[in-house]
Design a protein around this ligand. Structure first.
Ligand code: UD1
Ligand code: UDP
Length: 360
């Protein structure tokens, strides 16, 4: 059995890392196909180096572009590689353009697709990620749903129960595999100049937030209010999309402690010691929940409702006063919720399911 692991962005590298490690542990035949959607050192290579992942056998270097251009270039490149490599199964993770292109290219030439993190829904089709998730789920053969809720989303859309496997989310595996090193080995707090528990951590990068000048301005104003109210640093590792828009719109973020995107161990260490996390990232909402750090989501919906249900997260929208109010509320939360994303053995289940069903 030969597997293709198709990935291309920061969260896919992080969330696929436990699957890749498991494929290696089981001595399976596999190769990594990187689309090159992310390519800056701090969004790509740093994770391969730090997590000790094998080099991608193929890198399509598609880079940035409009949705159509980027996805189209990926489709052409992925198809070529798959026709040459002839894997028995292709694995994709999440909801990016890389995931859609990987799934579509594979299924069109008869290669079964395994979708890791299947069944998430924000029910907001204006998000590119929602379109990618829905389409990918509907062409996949193995749907690795992280939770029962994700499974029920799939069933409601008419996807056959036989294709769905509730495995937990591989982010739990990734956190468990790396948290000790992150907390003990990283001196990120000293480097940034903040004290344990005495700062807020923020990430904002989503297209619907940062590509909208007024909305991005509102979020930054909300963060300024938090800095003023609590008199604590607000640390923001700035995603390249957000950096580009800040420059273009002339937004400053003066009250924030802005840094470059961080490596995984540094970021994980910074998350686990934060007073509270504010984010529009999917992966960061999950990690905050797993690490028992309260989270305020800077969006109007979430495809991770489990985090809200257990009391770890709140949806704040993007209005400044509301961001401050929700932060004041969440900062008081007792950190005793249960992690809803599984036991950290998702990758083991995924690999054993594909090797059983596809034949080792
Ligand atoms: C993509 C995903 C998003 C995911 C995010 C993870 C889609 C539609 N979006 O968004 O779901 O949450 O990755 O971080 O797939 N850039 C760089 N260096 C890089 C990559 C990007 O400078 O390595 C800049 C470019 O200016 C580029 C912009 O960031 O135009 C956006 O990159 P893109 O890959 O299109 O989308 P993301 O916002 O990263
Ligand atoms: N992350 C990181 N460094 C940073 C910011 C985030 O390593 O400076 C990690 C974070 O721990 C999480 C993942 O990146 O595992 C989330 O990726 P991102 O927010 O880019 O994408 P999303 O999850 O929203 O698709």
């Amino acid at each position: 059995m030969k597997a293709a692991v198709i990935l291309g962005t920061r969260p896919e590298i992080i969330k696929m890392s436990p699957v890749i490690r498991e494929l290696e542990r089981e001595n399976m035949d596999f190769f990594i196909l990187h689309t090159g959607q992310h390519y800056s050192y701090s969004m790509d290579r740093v994770f391969f180096e730090q997590l000790g992942l094998p080099e991608p056998k193929h890198n399509l270097e598609v880079g940035s572009g409009t949705h159509g251009e980027q996805t189209g270039r990926m489709l052409i490149g992925i198809e070529k590689v798959l026709m040459e490599e002839k894997p028995d199964v292709a694995l994709v993770e999440g909801d990016t353009n890389t995931v859609l292109a990987g799934a579509l290219a594979s299924v069109k030439i008869g290669i079964p697709v395994g979708h890791v993190e299947a069944g998430l829904r924000s029910f907001d089709r204006s998000m590119p990620e929602e379109v990618n998730r829905v389409l990918t789920d509907h062409v996949s053969d193995y749907l690795f749903a992280p939770t029962e809720k994700a499974r029920s989303n799939l069933l409601k859309e008419g996807i056959s129960d036989e294709k769905i496997f509730v495995t937990g989310n591989t982010i739990v595996d990734a956190v468990r595999q790396n948290i000790k090193l992150a907390e003990e080995g990283s001196n990120v707090l000293e480097t940034i100049g903040v004290d344990d528990g005495e700062y807020f951590l923020v990430t904002v990068h989503r297209q619907e937030n940062v590509d909208n000048k007024q909305r991005f301005r509102n979020i930054l104003e909300g963060l300024r209010l938090i800095h003023e109210h609590f008199n604590l640093p607000v640390v923001y590792p700035v995603h390249p999309r957000a950096r580009k828009r800040m420059n273009e719109y002339g937004l400053s973020g003066d009250s924030l402690t802005m840094v470059e995107p961080l490596d995984y161990l540094s970021f994980l260490g910074l998350e686990s010691r934060a007073r509270l996390i504010l984010t529009d990232s999917g992966g960061v909402q999950e990690e905050a929940c797993i690490l028992r750090v309260p989270c305020v989501t800077l969006r109007h919906n979430t495809e991770r409702p489990e985090t809200v249900d257990v009391g770890a997260n709140i949806i704040a929208g993007t209005e400044p006063e509301n961001i401050l109010e929700k932060t004041r509320l969440m900062v008081e939360k007792r950190r005793d919720w249960e992690n809803p994303f599984g036991d950290g053995r998702a990758a083991e289940r995924i690999v054993s399911i594909i090797s059983f069903l596809e034949g080792k």
